[in-house]
Structures are given as C-alpha cells and as structure tokens.
Design a protein around this ligand. Sequence first.
Ligand code: PHE
Length: 448
Amino acid sequence: MSRDIFGSRFGALVAMAGSAVGLGNLWRFPYLVGENGGAAFIIVYVILSFMICLPIFISEFVVGRRSQKNAYAAFRDLSGGSAWRWVGLFTVIVPLVVLSYYCVIGGWSIDYFLKALTFSFTGSESQSAMNTMFNDLVTSVWTPLICHTGFLLATVLIVMVGIKDGIEKFSKIMMPVLFFIVISIAIYSVTLPGAKAGLDYLFNPDFSKIDAKACAAALGQAFFSLSLGFGTIMTYASYVDKKENALFQSTATAASDLTFALIAGIAIMPAVFAFGINPQSGPGLVFETLPYVFGQMPAGGFVAILFFLALLVAALTSSISMLEVAVAFLVEEKGMSRIAACMLLFVVCLVIGALCSLSFGPLSDFKIAGRTIFDFFDHLSSNILMTLGSLLTVLFVGWRLKKTDVYDEFTNGGTLSRNAKLFGVLWFLIRYVCPLAIIAIFISGLIG
Ligand code: PHE
C-alpha cells in the first residue's frame, strides 16, 4: 500500500505550523517575554530560534523526508540498522507521554469553551472567584476526565481519517481561523484604555535581564514551541512531497510560529494590564487571569468564546501531530491498520492522561521525585527529553549520516541553488554549533 502524503505545499505548511502553534505560544511565550527583558528577550529568542532551532528543524525534516518512514524506521534505515534505531524508538514514545498530559489541558479548554458559551465569566466576579472556579474544575474527578476523553477522541478521530483527508484538511481550515481570531483579539486588546502598559511589558527592552537562565528559558521555549526533539516534525516531513523545499518549509513554519506567539502576546498582555492585573504564566494565565479580564471588558463574553475556541484549536492541531508519530510507527512496523493503531493509542493515552488528570485531585499526594504525576511528566518531557531528542537528532544528522546524502536531501538533488549555497553554513551549524550550544545552555540553565 502506498503511503499517504500531504496533498499540497500549503497543506504541509499549515500542518507543520499547526503542530508548532499550540499552548506554548499562548500561555508561556507572552509571559516569558515580559518577565525576561521584553524586546531584549525577543531578540535572544529570534537568534536562538534561527541559529539553533532552525538547523534542528531542518535536520528532522531531512531525516523524515529522506527515509519516507516513521521516526523509528527512519533512524534504523538511515543508519544501516545500527543502535540509532533506539533513538528512533525514543522519539516515538516521548510524544505519547506529552500527548497524555496535553490532552488533559485540552480537556480543560473544552470545559472553559463551554463555560464561555454560557457567558459564565460575564459580570463582576473577583479574581479569586476565577481561581476557585479553576481549582474546582481541576480537583474534581469526572468533569476533567470526561472533557479529557472528549479532547482525546477528537484527536484520534482526525488522525484516523489519515494524512491528506484528516490532518491536512483539519489544519487547512482551522489554522487560518486560528490566526484570524487571535489577530482580531489583538486589535481589540490594544484599543482598550490602559493597554499601553501591556505593550511596554512585552516590548520595552531590558538587556540586564539576559543571563544564562534567560537564554536557557528561551531555548527551551523555542524547542517546545517548534515541536522539536519529539519525532513530530520528522514524521510530518516523511509525508512531504520530494519536490518541496526543505529550507522554505522549515523557515516558513518557524516564522509562522514566532509571528503567532507575538500576536498572542499582543492579544493577551495589553488586556491583562488594562485591568491592572499582574500576569501569570501557564494554566493560571489562561484559566484564571483571562476569564477575570473577559468578565470585566466590554463584549468580553464574546471575546472569551473566541479565545477559548482558539485555545482548543491550537491544542488540537498540536495533539494530532503528537499522535501521528506513534500511529505511523504501529501501522508501518507492527502491521496494524490505522484504525486499530488509533484505538490502541486512544486507550493508552486515556489511561496515562487519566492519571495526570487525577493528580490534581484524588491522586495529588502521589509523588514521583517530589512532583505530582502531571508535573513530573511535564517537567521531564519539556525540560529533559525534548533537549535530549533534539541533541541526538542533530548528532545523528551531523555525524552519522553521509554529508552527500544530507546535501542531496536539502537541495533536492542539487537542483535548489540557494539551498546549495547555504549548505556549508547549515552543515557547520548542525555539526558543531547546535550540539555545543544545546549542551552549554542546558548545563548553564541547570546551574544558573
Ligand atoms: N509546539 C506545541 C506547542 O507550542 C507543543 C508540541 C510539542 C507539539 C511537541 C508537538 C510536539 O504547544
């Protein structure tokens, strides 16, 4: 049976951008920027994104499209069956762990979207009422579990339909909607009285805040945001037509991800500051601060509906990319049908996700290395496994693959002259700069 591939350049691009644009852009980037020196942090973030993350992205792209296989087989076949295949297996398993807790947050987004539809935030509730509302949700048993199941089911159903008709079609419709919503909220947000304080928070440069810790935070965020080190970009790239340009696809994805993150910042921070609130990061920002802000702002009920819809869509286009990594593996290596693979993974993620979900309530006393199950998975995957996956991928491409093969894949057999000219720089970055920078920043972040 021939492999399904993306039907168009735009389709491949929006699918990759869909994977990249997710919760990371909406709830972490704006806060990280504000807390770590505004425009100064953005400059560091852009430099690291393009000097380190882009070469890693291209490395994943090259491995995926060269092999046209799932991540495990890609490592195995391109290394002539060596032990590198275990790295492949690692990149198949890790996204499942992330997916399990990502779906819990996806479930909360469903709950909040439904709350928004019934205008639950409208009125003059206090900030502490919003904190209680969120706390009540996450510590309860059934509502988060049901919403989590719903989110996971949606993810599984889209992936089950396939690459072209499922993932690509969904992304093609939803990504423009997502950009449209966030741009609209940004425009509205900057027109609120007092919005300027939020823009100052985001964009006033403060270079004194740029230290090793800020650089480590920027790099970690860029990895997460670009979906690197998890086999997702590799798997998606394996469905990209051989005619497409690796450099263009990679740069365009990185640029859309960055643009979206900046627009998200402009949508969120001015509104938060307009109501005199101190921003938080993560779930607190999205599920506590913002609902309060929506409750205060004119027409906030409608803005809330749009915002939670955007959150849901952003999370879904990312979760489908995580699931596809393992689906491709089961279908191609274990001979399962796509439907059977999806059903099996549904059960696996349901069980792990349920444990994550319950770790806010009944299982909150159960700790692994001092953290709840949810925090443990989150910390492990985004701080350690993702960096490790990215490091191993660049080492694989830079030191294990043949230079001529990488050149061939990057330049489409020498036919793309601009790529051919840039190859020398790319090769140097992949071989030396990326591995050293990842190790240095990782270590200094640990010490700092
Ligand atoms: N990039 C996604 C985000 O910003 C998260 C993600 C990580 C998606 C890894 C796929 C793989 O939320």
